[in-house]
Design a protein around this ligand. Structure first.
Ligand SMILES: Cc1ncc(COP(=O)(O)O)c(C=O)c1O
Length: 427
């Protein structure tokens, strides 16, 4: 699924999402423009929830993309939320997200962040022993916070090294392999401010091969059985993280959210029965696979530079400031001409951004119909980790975000202005 579920080519031959013509949207809102399809967000979220049934909870991982309107849709579909900073928590609370459905993660939470999380009533996912000291300081006497421990199961999935997080050599979590996880559980159980409700894990992101999650589940269940046997502690909750990959190009064929959850449920239920333990409630926290396919980015073509015999650079009005993923992870994207998505792609071009870095290339060697300055280009599958990682590098304001549904578009984040860029400056 490269496009949002409502994508079609309309009677004018233009790309259309959520009943809105993308060329018209670019004209109305300007570019670069992030366009989110509400139906896709709801469908992806609902698929996770229905696959989970009563066996556990689905959290949305706010780091993929968060805005008040988006978080309200996610909450409305019955999901909880995973946040990793005071900033994400603040946004969620201001958006009206119920605090009791929020989990606070992060490998180096500050005392102030832990204090805010504890005061708000979130579940805290403890990532390192330093947090035991901090919780002692920030949680008032006589109170306990609901907490889980992030465990590193030692599984390395088939993804980019930069986004795999469950192996031994990782900054995240307590390793089972070297005994740190066991020690941390004993510390947490003895801690006067902690009500330990479960374990958490996350092995990486953009994963297509679900066997890695099933293997991690086996390791986690061995650990659960050990804790029951040795400490008489039975975690009520087992978090398996997020990480389901999405299609960025036509060649990608990721599993569905349903397959992702069913794989984990199968491993959890069968593995618990085999070990004679009560199956903990399963928690998953997808980000990319909910926000990613729902979003497309529109750009306007500006300068075109031909280097005969070498390449043709087609420069757009955005780039690494609104989508750092090609440079950060070597991510590949497709690009289409919004007015002619089905015209024969006869020209090979390189889509360059407008930032002053020679590495600011969005897509190398893309095939497009002939393009001219002023044409609108559409890059699909940009709903996750694009605006979330966007910057104001080169003094360029971040793009507007619109939500489309049933033929109407609504601005859910306005385009930044030049004055916004100066808000924190001291003159
Ligand atoms: C702990 C944790 N949970 C969930 C996620 C969401 O992953 P994804 O967007 O790949 O589903 C991440 C992503 O980095 C993560 O670090």
């Amino acid at each position: 699924m490269l496009f949002p579920i409502t994508y079609r080519v309309n009677s004018r031959g233009h790309m259309e999402v959520g009943g809105c013509d993308l060329v018209d949207l670019a004209g109305k809102h300007g570019t670069p423009l992030y366009v989110y399809d509400e139906d896709t967000v709801r469908q992806r979220a609902a698929e996770y929830v229905s696959a989970m049934g009563g066996a556990g909870e689905v959290l949305y991982s706010a780091k993929a993309f968060a805005s008040p309107a988006f978080l309200r849709i996610v909450a409305d579909e019955g999901l909880g939320l995973d946040v990793v900073s005071a900033g994400e928590l603040h946004l969620a609370l201001k958006s009206g997200f119920p605090a009791e459905r929020i989990y606070f993660l992060g490998n180096n939470k500050s005392a102030a962040e832990l204090e805010l999380a504890a005061r708000s009533g979130c579940t805290i996912v403890i990532d390192g022993s330093y947090e035991f000291e901090l919780l002692d300081r920030v949680v008032p006497q006589g109170r306990r916070v609901r907490a889980e421990l992030r465990i590193s199961p030692g599984i390395k999935p088939d993804t980019h090294d930069f986004i795999s997080t469950g192996q031994l050599d990782s900054k995240f979590g307590f390793s089972i392999e070297n005994g740190q996880a066991r020690t941390a559980i004993e510390q947490a159980l003895a801690h006067p401010r902690i009500d330990l409700v479960g374990l958490h894990s996350h092995i990486g992101s953009q994963i297509f091969d679900l066997r890695a999650h099933a293997a991690a589940m086996e390791v986690m269940l061995d650990f659960v059985a050990e804790l029951k046997r040795d400490l008489d502690f039975e975690p009520g909750v087992l978090g398996a993280g997020g990480g389901l990959g999405i299609a960025y190009t036509r060649a990608d064929d990721p599993p569905t959210p349903r397959a992702f959850v069913e794989n984990l449920r199968g491993a959890l239920e069968a593995g618990s029965a085999r070990r004679g333990i009560r199956p903990p409630r399963l928690v998953v926290e997808p980000g990319r696979s909910i926000a990613g396919p729902a979003g497309v980015t529109l750009y306007t073509v500006g300068s075109i530079k031909d280097i005969p015999g070498v390449r043709r650079y087609v420069a757009v009005d955005g780039g690494m400031g609104d989508n750092i993923r090609p440079k950060l992870y070597g991510a590949r994207y497709e690009v289409l001409k919004a007015a002619e998505p089905e015209a024969p792609a006869t020209v090979r071009v390189t889509i360059a951004g407008k930032y002053c870095e020679s590495t600011d290339i969005l897509i190398s060697d893309a095939n497009l119909p002939p393009v001219s300055s002023g044409d609108i280009l559409c890059v699909p599958a940009t709903g996750a980790y694009c605006l979330a990682m966007a910057s104001n590098y080169n003094g360029i304001p971040r793009p507007e975000v619109v939500l489309v549904k049933d033929g109407s578009s609504r601005v859910i984040r306005r385009r930044e202005t030049l004055d916004d860029l100066l808000l924190a400056e001291v003159f």
